[in-house]
Design a protein around this ligand. Structure first.
Ligand code: DAK
Length: 260
């Protein structure tokens, strides 16, 4: 696929994916969603030695200022439902990607942009970043998982308030609420995200993939997370990396993992 709205740069095993609709504050139109879907279902899997993915927005103003409002005027109920389902499916691809996906939030993360950041495994916010779910201002509710993931991150009390008031919060408050992992000076988001991915890349890849799926299992419908963890633990025991990790500990040396 030729990407029109994503710039993808692989550097030392890290994919830096930049949404490049700066004039529209990187709003998620249909094409951008298709490109994200394609990347997280094919190219990201096909890149040998990938350590992780950083998602960010072009320019200094916005990570993503929401779904593209110009596209969803006049949708029927069934069209809206179909669009929400497709969007949720794309964000599940991000959330279920077996390597770390870090959002480098460099500005507005509103509506679908906040939802995209929440679908990532970790979030690094620049100090000028702003978060919110302002859909009720448009007579809508979040459709890409925002009502669910916001509660998962910050709890029902504050999430309900933000969802109903459409209030926008800054990076420091987002950090205090547990919505973001780190706040860094503006411009240092990608550096911090890279540091996180490099740290995670020094661990056993199969274990990391099983952390991601086990954490996701906590929130999945009809899944016993504890039983899931037992199976995931078993899967790790079966790996060469577990043998290497345990042996390296006993030999008092640093483990060298191969992902097998
Ligand atoms: N969509 C399209 N264009 C957008 C946009 C958006 N979400 N946000 C900004 N832009 C465009 C503006 O229209 C403007 O375009 P031009 O006029 O220059 O052509 C350009 O980006 C710069 O924006 P502003 O001139 O407004 O810049 P300011 O600094 O004055 O304000 C702002 C920045 C972020 C506060 C403001 O742009 C703003 O309030 N933007 C909208 C934020 C918002 O409400 N986001 C959408 C949340 S709703 C659905 C599923 C999901 C969703 C919807 C439906 N279905 C399944 C149906 C999700 C919806 C959302 O995300």
């Amino acid at each position: 696929m030729t990407y029109e709205n994503l710039n993808i740069a692989f550097n030392n095993g890290i994919a830096l994916v930049t949404i490049t609709r700066e004039k529209a504050l990187n709003a998620l139109n249909t094409q951008t969603m298709l490109e994200l879907q394609h990347f997280f279902s094919t190219d990201a899997y096909n890149h040998e030695g990938l350590k992780g993915v950083i998602l960010t927005g072009a320019g200094e103003k916005a990570f993503v200022a929401g779904a593209d409002i110009t596209e969803f005027k006049g949708l029927s109920a069934s069209e809206g439902q179909a669009l929400a389902q497709r969007g949720q499916d794309v964000f599940f691809l991000v959330e279920r990607f077996p390597k770390p996906v870090v959002a480098a939030v460099n500005g507005f993360a509103l509506g679908g942009g906040c939802e995209l950041a929440m679908a990532c495994h970790l979030r690094v916010a620049g100090e000028k970043a702003k978060f919110g779910q302002p859909e009720v201002n448009l007579g809508l509710i979040p459709g890409y998982g925002g009502t669910q993931r916001l509660i998962q991150y910050i709890g029902k009390t504050k999430a309900t308030e933000l969802l109903m008031t459409a209030d926008i919060i800054g990076a420091t408050e987002a950090h205090q609420l547990g919505l973001v992992n780190y706040v860094v000076p503006s411009g240092a988001e990608i550096e911090k995200a890279t540091e996180l991915i490099e740290k995670i890349a020094s661990k056993a890849p199969v274990a990391i993939a099983n952390i991601i799926s086990s954490v996701n299992a906590y929130f999945a419908e009809n899944v016993d997370g504890f039983a899931f963890e037992v199976d995931a633990f078993g899967a790790c025991c079966h790996t060469e990396d577990f043998q290497e990790g345990a042996t390296a500990f006993l030999e008092k040396r640093k483990a060298v993992f191969t992902g097998k």
